[in-house]
Design a protein around this ligand. Structure first.
Ligand code: SF4
Ligand code: SF4
Length: 337
């Protein structure tokens, strides 16, 4: 008799955040038709991107200004995502990021076409070298943002392109990159996450220090390798006692709650003898911290996600700085065109 399919809680969470971001980006058009959602009306995609918080951090710390289009909301989201990564690793990538979900959903078509060959096309030696690429992207993005004071990466950002392609405001390089990633996802699972995402690169570092790790119990493991085969990031889980790979996105597909057939064999645990956390508990804590953090800062009056075109904000709001940011933003707009 076929085993009943396990409830896919992660898919529900991914659908929720994907729909939310799609609604936010569609809201301007909806508002023009008199159907806008008031809570979302003045919110921009960049103000809701936790990587925007990372990008603006240097400029904010040194000048008191946000890089144009970013806001305090992005810094709050960045802090919440870092806290979650410290607890559970990059759960943002595996559960919340709509661009990660998009690649996974395209990948389902690839799995149907290529079956077991899917996600196995790139030779391991080439794959190993390519995995360092995203650290180069991270250093480049942070450097150009700090030097220019503008979100130059937005001209290439495929996440932005996915949710805004129909508005006519997306730069051509970003659309081309989105097309390559979409086609690439038919052959390789999450190609952007694996090889190019600067935020994934940064969050991946938390896999070395996360409190709740993924542990394999060698006494009950039967070496069936289902954990390794189910890993979207091609991590050889069944050869490790603890998953510490920089590539892990904390999707938990490998665990006994999902694809490992042996109960309590691949588990989430702080230490070998400490209590095991089910994936449902991890999800509840994650959503409580993330959504609770957003509503908590709204209640405290700290949250602000209004569209911030001029790079304003902060205590040193001098005209000179405003002009510098404006000039750089105009350069940015020209590049985008
Ligand atoms: S899926 Fe579970 S039993 Fe199979 S190799 Fe991995 S940890 Fe061991
Ligand atoms: S090791 Fe497990 S949790 Fe990490 S990416 Fe692979 S399947 Fe997901």
């Amino acid at each position: 008799m076929a085993k009943p399919k396990k409830f896919n809680l992660r898919l529900m969470v991914q659908i929720f955040f994907f729909t939310l971001i799609a609604l936010i980006t569609a809201n301007k058009t909806l508002a023009a038709a008199g159907m806008g959602i008031p809570f979302l009306s003045a919110t921009s995609l960049h103000a809701l991107c936790p990587f925007g918080g990372v990008e603006t951090f240097f400029t904010l710390a040194t000048t008191g200004f946000f890089v144009p289009k970013t806001q305090i909301s992005a810094v709050i989201l960045m802090s919440l995502v870092f806290l979650l990564a410290l607890l559970f690793g990059p759960v943002f990538c595996g559960w919340i990021c709509p661009f990660g979900a998009f690649q996974e959903w395209i990948g389902k078509i690839g799995k149907k076409i290529f079956k077991k060959r899917y996600n196995q096309f790139i030779p391991p030696k080439v794959d190993k070298v390519l995995r360092y690429l995203r650290y180069g992207v991270l250093i480049w993005v942070l450097t150009v943002t700090a030097v220019s004071g503008a979100l130059l990466f937005a001209t290439l950002d495929p996440y932005h392109a996915l949710f805004k392609f129909w508005t006519g405001t997306v730069a051509l390089p970003a659309l081309i990159l989105l097309m390559f990633i979409t086609i690439g996802s038919l052959f390789v699972e999450r190609p952007w996450c694996k090889y190019a995402c600067p935020y994934g690169a940064l969050l991946g570092l938390f896999n070395k220090i996360r409190i709740f790790k993924i542990r394999r119990k060698t006494d009950t493991c039967v070496s069936c390798q289902k954990c390794s085969r189910s890993c979207p990031m091609n991590i050889d889980v069944c050869r490790n006692e603890t998953v510490t790979s920089l590539s892990c996105i904390s999707c938990y597909e490998c665990t006994s709650d999902r694809n490992c057939p042996k109960t309590e064999t691949l588990v989430v645990q702080a230490a070998e003898k400490s209590p095991q956390l089910s994936i449902a508990v991890v999800a509840i804590v994650m959503l409580t911290v993330f959504i609770g953090g957003i509503f908590g800062t709204i209640a405290l009056g700290v949250w602000d996600s209004k569209t911030n075109e001029q790079g304003s904000g902060g205590k040193n709001s001098g005209g000179g700085q405003k002009n510098r940011v404006k000039v750089l933003e105009e350069v940015h707009e020209k590049i985008s065109d």
